[in-house]
Design a protein around this ligand. Structure first.
Ligand SMILES: Nc1nc2c(ncn2[C@@H]2O[C@H](COP(=O)(O)OP(=O)(O)OP(=O)(O)O)[C@@H](O)[C@H]2O)c(=O)[nH]1
Length: 298
């Protein structure tokens, strides 16, 4: 059999000498280990093509470097190693390396009152880059929660007062009559609108941060918001959720401010950008607030 040399188009000179910012592959299927758990993920792997004369990069070298992610728990140091391998395998071609990993984090959440628990899925992206020997990691997490409109609650309360005036205007008040009225449909003649809402957190980690604090960030966000969406729900849990919502009225501005303050308190965070989206049931468009913050350089 003749040994044929395989044509290598990537090694040819480019017809148009022009550097490129990002070249690589998106949507590579990849099993990863996060906090000891095996997760199905997809990866986007790329490098800059700084040598404008070179026709192409070597996709297979990036692909093979991802193998390191299968065996070891995902940590910033491992991400840096992979990015360094991207650059080492593209010496003379690339100065910057990029890796994005997208997965869903599954966390078990207890019910509010009953002894039940269930799983919640959090879409997560981990983005690492190595540019001019500077290494950066960003985490993106989506957290869903319930928000009840404070204005709508006040308007509903006013209608309930009006109904009370109408029903008891000519009656001497008896305790049991009021109690019965409160338990009837007339006692809650109007309800405030509430909506499933989502907080999109984009967090830039401190340099030297040894771990990926995804679970911690989600925990902080949910504690700050107060009414995270639930998993397993019995009536007792639903009642507790109704109470929690009633005590936790919020505009999208309130949610954004709470999250801002909660994230600032994390030592792992260097900077963040957050966006909250209240998918209103009042109208067909969303109420949205954004906030950003960066730690002052000491
Ligand atoms: N650069 C580049 N490669 C592509 C593209 N689409 C498919 N490929 C293929 O990706 C394959 C892997 O490329 P390389 O990593 O250069 O493969 P190789 O030359 O066998 O490997 P090395 O010897 O390590 O360079 C090649 O068969 C390319 O043709 C593209 O748009 N750009």
């Amino acid at each position: 059999m003749n040994a044929l040399t395989l044509p290598d188009i990537a090694a040819q000179a480019s017809r148009q000498a022009l550097p490129l910012d990002w070249v690589g592959m998106c949507g590579i299927a990849l099993p990863i280990l996060l906090d000891g758990k095996r997760l199905s993920a997809t990866a986007d792997a790329g490098v800059s093509l700084d040598d404008g004369e070179a026709r192409g990069i070597h996709m297979s070298r990036l692909y093979l470097a991802l193998e390191m992610l299968e065996q070891h728990d995902l940590q910033p140091a491992l991400l840096r190693q992979v990015l360094q391998r991207f650059l080492d395998s593209h010496e003379g071609l690339s100065h910057s390396a990029y890796l994005r990993i997208h997965t869903d984090l599954l966390l078990k959440r207890p019910a509010l009152v009953s002894p039940l628990a269930g799983w919640k899925s959090y879409p997560v992206s981990i983005e690492a880059r190595l540019e001019k020997q500077m290494f950066h990691v960003e985490l993106k997490v989506d957290v869903t929660y319930s928000s009840t409109c404070p204005c709508s609650a006040a308007l509903a309360r006013q209608l309930i007062q009006q109904q009370f005036i109408n029903d008891f205007a000519t009656t001497t008040l008896q305790h049991e009559d009021v109690l019965a009225w409160l338990g009837s449909a007339k006692g809650i003649v109007a309800t405030p609108h509430s909506q499933r809402s989502s907080a999109q957190l984009r967090v830039h980690l401190q340099p030297g941060q040894p771990t990926l604090p995804l679970t911690d960030l989600i925990g902080r966000a949910e504690a700050a918001l107060g009414t995270a969406v639930q998993t397993a729900v019995k009536r007792a849990d639903e009642q507790a959720f109704a109470l929690a919502n009633g005590q936790n009225l919020m505009f999208c501005e309130d949610a954004a401010r709470r999250l801002n303050l909660a994230l600032q308190r994390s030592d792992a965070v260097q900077a963040f950008h957050l966006k909250v989206i209240h998918a209103e049931s009042l109208h067909a468009h969303d109420a949205v607030a954004e906030s950003r913050w960066a730690r002052a350089i000491a």
